[in-house]
Design a binder for this molecule. Structure first.
Ligand code: AN7
Length: 377
């Protein structure tokens, strides 16, 4: 199907590269096909021939990249006859699970850490009709409980330990190559539970394995994605970024009490440990951490420099590559893509808190408005 026709989500678009049967009924909210935006203002500031693109995953149906994986996981769960799904979540997975369960007419149970979930994500899970279970513990505690309960109750786990999740999420790498006509040199990405960095590496590797000889087809009417795939004989170096207080990959061991303002990646015991290390090592990439201050500064800079409002956990990918350009870990002239994993509106509290003083209060009078404008031009 060409993208110009009525777009029906990642499974329809990449069906031949995903584990679905022709007869399977697809549970979709038309996820994927997200914008790849060139960050021209930032490029101008940093120079050095860097080309920098952001994959805006906040424009998925529930506002995060999780929807790519959830359409696959819920489609498969329903195909297997499952009547209920369950996940532990720092927020975005629960919002996505709740939405796709609603769409499928099945039950979603979501375990969230009390007091550490962004308001927008909680609102989503609640109104989408999930059974929201708040635990007095963190994501890692919730993940362990989910694994324990799933072997004792008729529920399908839709965390990224469910392999269908990563299959869906790998399509973001396909879209990037389809859009650029080549693979990037470097891909920057936030790392929490470490599923997404593993999924991107799978996607990049699959496209790199498409040989030019097989790269022709009769059904793409606009840009032929097999031609794009065939050009992508290279794979990017994968740069993963963590919050300093929740950085098990940087420390080389699990972290017991993860802490960060970027609650989406407040994870100390990542489930895809080996897969993520493989992605970093095979690609010649690296992992590094950013402080909460660096994360928030980057979030704000992206918003007021480019008009791109992502959540704090997402901003870490841009903050990270900018630092790695500065310190020479990323070469001049590189083409870099970064995943902005979730929408800024997920976490309005953090955005407002760090923009304090940005609102001018005046009487409702013409003179006051005039001077407010003149003072701030
Ligand atoms: C915005 O929702 O783990 O490394 O439970 O919400 O694949 O875990 C969220 C993770 C990055 C990290 N950015 O991705 C959950 C959850 C955002 C996120 C990540 C998450 P992974």
């Amino acid at each position: 199907m060409s993208v110009g026709a009525h777009y029906q989500g990642i499974i329809e678009r990449y069906r031949d590269r995903l584990p679905v049967e022709a007869s399977t009924s697809i549970i979709s909210l038309a996820e994927g096909n997200t914008p790849l935006i060139r960050l021209e203002n930032i490029e101008r500031k940093i120079g050095r021939g860097i080309e920098l693109y952001a994959k805006i995953e906040g424009q998925n149906p529930t506002g995060s990249f999780k929807d790519r994986g959830m359409t696959m996981a819920v489609t498969q769960a329903v195909a297997e006859g499952s009547k209920a799904i369950i996940c532990a979540s720092t927020g975005n997975t629960s919002a996505s699970a709740a939405a796709y369960a609603a769409r499928a007419g099945i039950r979603a149970f979501v375990l969230i850490p009390q007091g550490n979930i962004a308001l927008g994500k909680l609102a989503q899970a609640m109104i989408e009709g999930a059974c929201v279970i708040q635990i007095k513990g963190n994501f890692d505690d919730g993940m362990q409980l989910v694994k324990d309960v799933a072997s004792a109750a008729p529920v399908t786990i839709v965390n990224s330990i469910n392999p269908y999740r990563l299959q869906g999420q790998k399509t973001a790498a396909f879209e990037i190559i389809d859009a650029l006509g080549r693979a990037p040199d470097v891909h920057g990405i936030p790392v929490g539970n470490a599923g997404n960095i593993s999924a991107y590496w799978t996607g990049y590797s699959e496209y790199a394995a498409v040989s030019p000889a097989t790269a022709s087809c009769s059904f793409c009417t606009d840009v032929c994605r097999y031609q794009a795939a065939a050009k992508a004989q290279s794979r990017p170096r994968m740069f993963g970024y963590q919050a300093a207080g929740a950085a098990p990959f940087v420390r080389g061991e699990m972290v017991d009490e993860p802490e960060t303002v970027a609650t989406a990646i407040r994870i100390g015991r990542p489930q895809s440990w080996d897969l993520a290390w493989a992605a970093v090592r095979e690609s010649g990439g690296a992992v590094a951490s950013l402080t909460d201050d660096e994360i928030l500064q980057t979030q704000r800079m992206l918003a007021d420099t480019e008009g791109v409002f992502c959540e704090p956990a997402s901003a870490i990918s841009i903050g990270g590559v900018l630092r790695d350009i500065d310190n020479g870990n990323i070469a001049e002239g590189s083409l870099i893509t970064c995943t902005l994993t979730g929408h800024g509106l997920k976490d309005p509290d953090t955005a407002i808190k760090q923009s304090e003083g940005a609102v001018i209060e005046i009487p409702a009078e013409l003179d006051a408005v005039k001077s407010a404008i003149l003072d701030n031009l």
